[in-house]
Design a protein around this ligand. Structure first.
Ligand SMILES: *[C@@H]1O[C@H](CO)[C@@H](O)[C@H](O)[C@H]1NC(C)=O
Ligand SMILES: *[C@@H]1O[C@H](CO)[C@@H](O)[C@H](O)[C@H]1NC(C)=O
Ligand SMILES: *[C@@H]1O[C@H](CO)[C@@H](O)[C@H](O)[C@H]1NC(C)=O
Ligand SMILES: *[C@@H]1O[C@H](CO)[C@@H](O)[C@H](O)[C@H]1NC(C)=O
Ligand SMILES: *[C@@H]1O[C@H](CO)[C@@H](O)[C@H](O)[C@H]1NC(C)=O
Ligand SMILES: *[C@@H]1O[C@H](CO)[C@@H](O)[C@H](O)[C@H]1NC(C)=O
Ligand SMILES: *[C@@H]1O[C@H](CO)[C@@H](O)[C@H](O)[C@H]1NC(C)=O
Ligand SMILES: *[C@@H]1O[C@H](CO)[C@@H](O)[C@H](O)[C@H]1NC(C)=O
Length: 606
């Protein structure tokens, strides 16, 4: 695997934006956008027009699509759509061969998850690594195509609920300091605060009128946008000399004379985007590899019953690692006889803070620390065990002594970078220069997707939902409950939506226009605290011929949590030939997390 930069730079906290309310995010989410390219200089067009960008290493485009796909009646000419448009931001890392080369393999679209994650930023930070992983030198060379889904990052209009970062940060801090949802008053306050927050988004959206992103950011709309990207990219490639009868290359999934097909690699929530695409447009699937699996029915129902199921198993892996590290783990005490002793101390701290919050001073501000922040510190660390176990051990050891500095200074936990929040703001640009509204963009998709089937989201619903999730995982459930709570009082129901039935038939060459040209390749780690392995098997049951590959590791997404030459080989072969290994194939991980930190050569976490 080719590495563009020292392995661990992608994990450095300055590049991390992650947020307790952003659900299945892949850990890498940039906040500060690279402003060396001026996106405002591109006029969105209904055909794909690329512009050299970012030191000419990439090509950038803004694809104009109808904001409301449900209004498009003539699917052969989408530009006649009535109403306003969205401009989808695209960053392409071109294949290492020209489009006319017989080994050109077409574009692979990527999605980093979230929802809320930026595909353009992922293409820039990880495109070269992905190309190195997927290309078969001399035989097959792919473009890596990252796009920002509706409402996010450089795609416009933006799903931002706030005009000023100062207000966003103030509200986030107020919510973070509420009493724990594990208490009766805390539940009521959390529910009310969430209602108010949804109301604020509705107010902002109303001011945006018809053009607002809030009504039209369903996962179905994004899937339809992906189809548009595939079609327009193919159109452009034909112009640029794509050979083989205009049908794409033999082996990339698109046969001669067929409509072009999607090639896709999606992480985390990106698995749900893939599932949605395959279910809506099975005959347009060429290759689809998904990693870290969301349960589509559970997600669209708004129940959130299939996420933190393996949360305690994941946390126990951390305690076990700490216990085995002996005195190298600051959280272990000399009298401990098993990892359960360590676990018991942390649980006792969580219970104490739930009932009796404490104040802490950090950076000239007073914070109230409840169980929420400690639980979030654990939850956010579990995404990337190799990178984060050592830090988590220090954080919890200090928290047990009453020192919460590490938590309060951790931008991954504190979601909003409160240090940046000043009263004066830079002038708004379109597209924006700063992606500080990822939370809002995330919740916009999540709540919209479950709006039709969620039923009444009143206090009784909140109580049941919170009880279910915190019962599944006492250590990390509390932070997760912010997600469903944020959907109480959500005002928007996207007209273009898809909530099932999920599934696709097995490939069938006799009837290829209705079937994928390759079955789905489904990846998961053994223990994933956000998207449990059981979801991978459930997805496989719905997609004919698909196969699950289990990587023996702990963490979120196989490709993000450890290197595995076994998994890399399977993924490369899948994109090349469309073949999947036996369903249930198990791959060893090449690295295990350690305390102290042990590097995993080649792991970028993408
Ligand atoms: C749809 O658009 C195509 C391409 O512009 C056109 O040929 C066709 O007549 C249109 N169909 C309808 C029903 O308007
Ligand atoms: C699609 O419709 C637009 C607007 O009516 C028209 O200008 C354009 O030529 C049509 N495109 C095709 C391919 O027919
Ligand atoms: C194209 O694919 C078919 C089916 O897999 C195979 O039989 C054929 O040899 C391939 N042709 C080329 C030129 O690779
Ligand atoms: C709290 O921990 C931080 C390191 O995370 C350290 O710099 C600081 O001195 C500690 N505070 C106290 C009062 O021990
Ligand atoms: C809590 O979890 C246990 C064990 O999984 C289950 O039996 C029980 O019904 C759950 N309680 C609630 C309130 O969900
Ligand atoms: C496809 O057609 C061939 C020839 O008619 C037949 O033998 C084969 O069983 C069919 N395959 C499927 C999957 O239907
Ligand atoms: C092809 O698939 C369609 C839709 O799934 C089905 O209606 C049709 O009967 C199939 N045709 C053949 C020849 O199997
Ligand atoms: C893959 O294996 C799982 C677990 O045994 C099973 O539930 C699923 O149906 C299998 N997938 C396919 C496509 O047969």
């Amino acid at each position: 695997m080719r590495l563009p930069s020292p392995s661990w730079t992608l994990w450095s906290t300055t590049f991390l934006l992650s947020s307790p309310t952003a659900a299945f995010h892949a850990p890498l989410r940039t906040r500060q956008l690279d402003t060396s390219f001026d996106w405002t200089a591109i006029t969105p067009t209904p055909d794909l027009q690329y512009h050299d960008c970012y030191n000419n290493a990439f090509k950038c485009a803004r694809l104009q699509v109808p904001l409301d796909w449900s209004k498009v009646t003539n699917t052969t000419n989408t530009t006649v759509a009535a109403g306003p448009h969205a401009a989808i931001a695209i960053v392409l890392l071109p294949a290492t061969v020209p489009v006319s080369d017989p080994t050109y393999g077409g574009p692979i679209l990527i999605n980093p998850g979230g929802p809320g994650g930026s595909g353009t930023q992922m293409a820039m930070s990880a495109g070269a690594v992905m190309q190195g992983l997927l290309d078969v030198p001399g035989t097959r060379h792919y473009d890596i195509l990252g796009f920002d889904p509706r409402g996010m990052a450089l795609t416009t209009p933006s799903a931002s609920c706030y005009g000023r970062q100062f207000d966003r940060a103030a509200d986030w801090l107020r919510r973070a300091g509420l009493p724990s949802v594990g208490t009766e008053l805390g539940l009521k306050m959390g529910f009310e605060m969430s209602k108010g927050w949804a109301g604020l988004c509705a107010q902002t959206a109303a001011a945006g009128g018809e053009e607002s992103a809030f009504r039209h950011s369903s996962t179905a709309s994004v899937a339809r946008d992906m189809l548009e990207i595939v079609d327009r990219m193919h159109e452009l490639n034909i112009k640029e000399g794509l050979s083989v009868g205009g049908g794409g290359k033999n082996g990339t999934g698109t046969a001669c004379g067929e409509k072009p097909r999607l090639q896709y690699l999606g992480f985390s929530y990106g698995s749900h985007l893939g599932n949605t695409f395959a279910s809506m447009f099975p005959g347009r699937v060429g290759r689809m590899a998904v990693d870290g699996i969301v349960d589509g029915d559970d997600y669209t129902s708004g129940a959130w019953a299939k996420n933190v199921n393996d949360g305690e198993a994941a946390v126990d892996n951390f305690y076990r690692t700490c216990f085995e590290a002996d005195s190298a783990c600051p959280l272990r005490e000399s009298g401990d006889t098993s990892f359960a002793d360590i676990s018991a101390r942390v649980h006792a701290l969580l219970l104490t803070l739930q009932q009796s919050p404490v104040s802490a001073i950090y950076n000239n501000r007073v914070y109230l620390v409840t169980s929420f922040l400690v639980s979030e510190s654990i939850r956010t660390s579990l995404y990337a065990p190799i990178a984060k176990y050592e830090g988590l051990a220090h954080t919890l050891a200090e928290a047990l002594t009453g020192n919460f500095t590490r938590i309060l200074s951790d931008p991954t936990v504190m979601a909003i970078d409160t240090r940046d929040a000043t009263c004066t703001e830079p002038a708004a640009a379109d597209p924006p220069q700063d992606y500080n509204f990822a939370n809002e963009a995330s919740i916009n998709v999540i709540c919209g997707d479950s709006q039709a089937s969620a039923g009444t989201r009143d206090l009784a619903w909140a109580e049941t939902t919170v009880a279910r999730i915190t019962n599944q995982s006492a250590s990390i459930g509390e932070g997760w409950t912010k997600l469903p709570l944020s959907c109480s009082n959500w005002a928007f129901s996207p007209p273009y939506a898809f909530s099932g039935p999920f599934g696709s038939p097995a490939p069938n060459r006799n009837n290829s226009s209705n079937t994928p040209s390759a079955p789905l390749l489904i990846l998961s780690t053994r223990i994933d605290h956000a998207t449990p392995l059981a979801n991978a098997y459930a997805l496989s049951r719905l997609h004919g011929g698909s196969a699950v590959v289990v990587q023996e590791s702990v963490g979120h997404c196989a490709l993000l949590s450890s290197t595995s030459q076994c998994v890399y080989g399977i993924v490369r072969e899948y994109f090349h030939s469309g073949t999947v290994p036996a369903n249930g194939t198990v791959c060893a991980a090449d690295c295990v997390p350690g305390i102290p930190f042990k590097a995993c050569p080649g792991l970028t976490g993408f």
